[in-house]
Design a protein around this ligand. Structure first.
Ligand SMILES: Nc1ncnc2c1ncn2[C@@H]1O[C@H](COP(=O)(O)OP(=O)(O)O)[C@@H](O)[C@H]1O
Ligand SMILES: [Mg+2]
Length: 457
């Protein structure tokens, strides 16, 4: 007989492992030990029920690999066999765990004929409701095994609405039986293993602005509305001492501070070109901005690309903060797109204005903006805006949360400076400022050993 050591679940994970509803949602916040619980539950089922078919889904293959395939290969060793060509683990019991991803809806077409008994949708809020319904349809088959669907989730993502309706608000349609649905909440503070091994993780969540903190630390689903950069402060009383304000009075930039230029181009919309000075601690100052519209005349000026880049070049050769400096550029990656004629980058090249491609991952990008805007213990953020940069100061407080992608901003707003700010932040990511110490709370995790037995076969 071989013994597998599966580890010790937290109390919340134990509730998940032992629940018997048909639809179980688990988590509701970041770092609550969701993927761990999925892996362990799948393994327990595969050993207990001979011949059971289990499917674990994640949005992308790299996430599937990192969160499930590799950890399970490590956990199972030679007690089960993983085959890369089929992306399945087969167990000596004849049971199977299939790993499937769904980068886009057409991937699900490939799984249409698949029949499984138990489905795990890890990070189900990353799936649309239609994708959820289509995966759900795979849970069928004429055999005595229980049919179950387990979802793990955080507030946010394209699936926020349907997960909230079913499991948080419990607003059911006629075809849905309320008794089939349960939500088991697990917060990062319930995950003692993570709190002990990676205390930095909870500090990152602690340093988020209030709405995101409520969502991802406390598991609150009602928060993504109103002002997107709610932490933004423009306090003229503190322009000089620079405390608890993002807007400050301009000052002369020391010559050896690095300068970075970020750029967002709006096709028939505003563009934003922004110059950031970086001090010795990595703190960024928006010192200068060129903002205009490429189509609708703004202040009587219509900015075609050659005009934009010749002006950028002029400023960089004449302005006392910029001239003679080696300026790093980062830009909206769509300026390399040549499908509508000449790519905008060609015009930039003509004027000797060079850029590298900005990283356009939106949510991680916004997180970097939030991290920079967070105030440290002395009330200092990692980014300031000179009060002469009017478009930045005007547009940042106006941006709102999106209705469709909850933790993103509404792209109908005037978001060009914000996008440029995001490319800048992603070009030099930071870890958030730590605001206060947090200690793990609650029971001694060792207590759970008495309630949980390792599994043998
Ligand atoms: N019961 C546990 N015992 C040991 N490590 C755990 C346990 N639960 C979670 N972890 C570890 O904590 C970290 C976060 O857990 P994870 O399941 O990835 O969280 P989530 O999916 O909710 O973000 C991972 O490194 C995971 O392996
Ligand atoms: Mg996870």
């Amino acid at each position: 007989m071989k013994t597998l050591t599966l580890g010790v679940p937290s109390e919340r994970q134990m509730a998940f492992l032992s629940d018997s509803h048909r639809y179980v949602a688990f988590g509701g916040a970041r770092g609550g030990g969701k993927s761990w619980a999925v892996r362990i539950k799948a393994v327990l089922l595969a050993f207990y029920y001979k011949g059971i078919r289990i499917m674990i889904v994640r949005r992308t293959y790299p996430e599937l690999r990192a969160n499930h395939i590799e950890p399970l290969k490590l956990l199972l060793g030679d007690t089960a066999v993983y085959k890369e060509s089929t992306k399945e683990i087969t167990f000596p019991t004849g049971s199977v765990i299939m790993f499937r991803h769904c980068a886009n809806s057409s991937d699900i077409d490939k799984y249409q004929g698949t029949e499984v008994d138990v489905l795990f949708l890890d990070e189900a809020t990353q799936l649309t409701e239609e994708e959820y319904e289509r995966f759900k349809a795979c849970v069928r088959g004429v055999n005595p095994f229980p049919k179950r669907i387990y979802l793990t989730c955080n507030p946010g993502g394209v699936g926020h609405g349907f997960v909230k309706r079913l499991f948080v608000d419990r607003r059911f349609r006629e075809s849905e039986n309320p008794e089939d649905y349960v939500f088991i909440k697990s917060l990062v503070t319930d995950n003692h293993a993570l709190m002990e091994s990676d205390p930095e993780y909870i500090k990152q969540l602690e340093s988020l602005p209030p709405k995101l903190k409520k969502a991802w630390l406390h598991g609150d689903w009602d928060i993504f509305e109103g002002q997107f950069f709610e932490e933004f402060r423009d306090d003229p009383d503190h322009y000089e001492d620079r405390k608890h304000t993002h807007v400050i009075a301009p000052f002369e930039i020391p010559y050896d501070w690095k300068i970075v230029r970020s750029f967002d181009f709006g096709f028939r919309k505003p563009f934003s070109c922004d110059w950031w000075a970086i001090d010795y601690e990595g703190r960024a100052y928006l010192i200068l901005q060129l903002y205009g519209c490429t189509d609708i005349p703004n202040d009587g000026v219509k900015w075609h690309p050659d005009k934009i880049f010749s002006e950028i070049r002029r400023l960089e050769t004449e302005h006392r903060w910029l001239k003679g400096k080696c300026i790093e550029g980062v830009a909206d990656p769509s300026i390399w797109d040549a499908s509508r004629g000449e790519a905008i980058i060609e015009a930039a090249d003509r004027h000797f204005v060079y850029f590298s491609r900005g990283d356009n991952k939106r949510i991680p990008g916004w997180m970097q903006c939030h991290y920079r805007m967070g105030f440290d213990g002395e009330g200092k953020p990692m980014v300031y805006f000179f009060n002469t940069c009017k478009a930045a100061i005007r547009t940042i407080p106006l941006l709102e949360f999106s209705d469709t992608v909850p933790e993103d901003l509404d792209t109908e707003g005037e978001d060009h400076f914000a996008d440029s700010f995001r490319y800048f932040c992603m070009s030099r990511p930071i870890t958030p400022k730590i605001s206060r110490e947090i200690k793990p709370s609650g029971d001694d995790p060792l207590d759970q050993r008495t309630r949980y037995k390792g599994f043998s076969y």
